[in-house]
Design a binder for this molecule. Structure first.
Ligand code: ADP
Ligand code: MG
Length: 208
């Protein structure tokens, strides 16, 4: 497999499409357990991000991922901005200025992304945050012999849905205590879009 700069761009473009389409839904989810800005923050930041990627020439995957990270940090508001920014930054750091990434490096990148977000948010799995969706995907990618993109989508979907039953102990939703139960976490939903977009690009990449 070779994951190129163009695949990074495709990934972000597909994620952006899903975020724009579901902007209202992300807002609704954040209205239930937070302050209602997640849809606006993500839609604004990702629109700027897509423009930035279209306007820039990258010579390595590392450089592209780093620019994604910096653009997210500067343009996505709320708690999610620095967390997603950290994810892409940490991902970039394991890619050694490579022009193309193989499957092992992609998995390493995903694992690094998750551990960066856990550090940054001081969060673990089971606290009703975006970590709940990223971590099982990273664990799957790291452990499996050959990554099946459909599996990533399935794992992310189940994980996203499971946040509904969890009581929040991190982020704004934690203020609601037991009343946070019964709602899907907004960050889990946007993570589901980002990771589904990733899997969709992976589907199109030559598996050899
Ligand atoms: P804010 O709460 O500042 O308005 P957003 O609405 O942009 O931030 O994002 C909220 C999402 O961020 C939550 O749904 C959750 O998934 C994630 N989040 C918040 N705090 C943390 C944290 N400490 N660790 C991991 N994820 C977090
Ligand atoms: Mg919010």
């Amino acid at each position: 497999m070779n994951w190129t700069v163009n695949d990074v761009i495709q990934w972000i473009e597909k994620a952006n499409e899903k975020i724009q389409t579901n902007k209202q839904y992300l807002t609704q989810l954040d209205q239930a357990v937070g302050d209602g800005d997640h849809g606006i923050n993500m839609s604004r930041g990702f629109r700027i991000l897509v423009e930035k990627l279209q306007d820039t020439e990258y010579t390595s995957v590392t450089q592209a991922l780093k620019d994604v990270a910096m653009t997210i940090i500067s343009n996505v508001g709320g708690a999610a901005g620095p967390l997603y920014g950290t994810a892409f930054l940490r991902f970039s750091l394991v890619t050694d200025n490579k022009k193309e990434l193989d499957e092992t490096t992609l998995s390493k990148g995903m694992v690094a992304a998750v551990s960066g977000m856990k550090q940054r948010g001081r969060a673990a799995v089971g606290e009703k945050t975006l970590i709940d969706v990223w971590e099982p995907v990273a664990v799957y990618m790291e452990e499996v012999e050959m990554i099946v993109p459909d599996q990533i989508i399935k794992i992310a979907e189940q994980a996203m849905e499971s946040t509904k039953e969890i009581k929040a102990t991190k982020g704004r939703a934690a203020y609601l205590k037991d009343r946070s139960i019964g709602h899907i976490d907004p960050g889990a939903m946007s993570s589901y879009y980002i990771l589904t977009a990733f899997a969709e690009v992976l589907q199109g990449v030559d598996a050899s």
